[in-house]
Design a protein around this ligand. Structure first.
Ligand SMILES: Cc1cc2nc3c(=O)[nH]c(=O)nc-3n(C[C@H](O)[C@H](O)[C@H](O)COP(=O)(O)O)c2cc1C
Length: 174
């Protein structure tokens, strides 16, 4: 198996971290990976907020019930959507959701390949999580806080999860 497949197949959500800080170089690679994601019409409707301040990280669980791991994280990256960048109208205007999901997944994979542990925390579409992030980080009304990626050096061992399921595969027809 090659290294890229190895990274994809062994990634797990990591929620326990050491105190070791993350280098600027590693942060750059993760952001580059995020910005390399595919997006509809190459619209790239994303912005990223880096959060290392522990007083701020500790406030997130006040409005996000499944985010306690942030209190021990070295870094969080908030993926923020800019829906105005979407080139399409009507139902297709929602394509920023897929775009920002792809960016989030790329960051998770980059973190894992750099020896970091990370977990995706859902923000959108929950209104109170979105408002909490908006107020905490002064995010403008026309931007949408989409996901938080909690990151640090892992101190919990996690096995790869083999979720391959032949019964989910349909060949040529449902
Ligand atoms: C859209 C989305 C939202 C998630 N939100 C949370 C969350 O709020 N808190 C959390 O601890 N994990 C969250 N997760 C991580 C999932 O719990 C995790 O990916 C899933 O249990 C599979 O485990 P694995 O990532 O280790 O393979 C989220 C994952 C996704 C894709």
């Amino acid at each position: 198996m090659n290294e890229s497949l190895q990274t994809i197949l062994t990634r797990r959500s990591i929620r326990k971290y050491s105190d070791q800080p993350i280098s600027e170089d590693h942060v750059q690679w993760m952001l580059r990976a995020g910005m390399s994601a595919p997006s509809a019409g190459n619209e790239q409707p994303w912005e990223f907020i880096l959060i290392t301040n522990h007083d701020k990280l500790k406030r997130v669980p006040e409005f996000h019930p499944y985010s306690k791991m942030l209190t021990g994280a070295a870094l969080a990256i908030l993926v923020v959507a800019d829906p105005a960048k979407v080139k399409y109208e009507g139902e297709m205007q929602q394509l920023w959701i897929q775009d920002c999901s792809a960016a989030t997944q790329n960051i998770l994979l980059a973190a894992h390949s750099l020896g970091l542990g990370a977990v995706w925390l859902g923000v959108y579409p929950d209104p109170s999580r979105q408002n909490g992030m908006r107020e905490l980080l002064n995010i403008p009304e026309d931007m949408v806080p989409f996901s938080i990626i909690s990151i640090g050096y892992p101190i919990e061992p996690k096995q790869a999860a083999d979720r391959y399921d032949e019964t989910r595969i349909h060949r040529e027809i449902w």
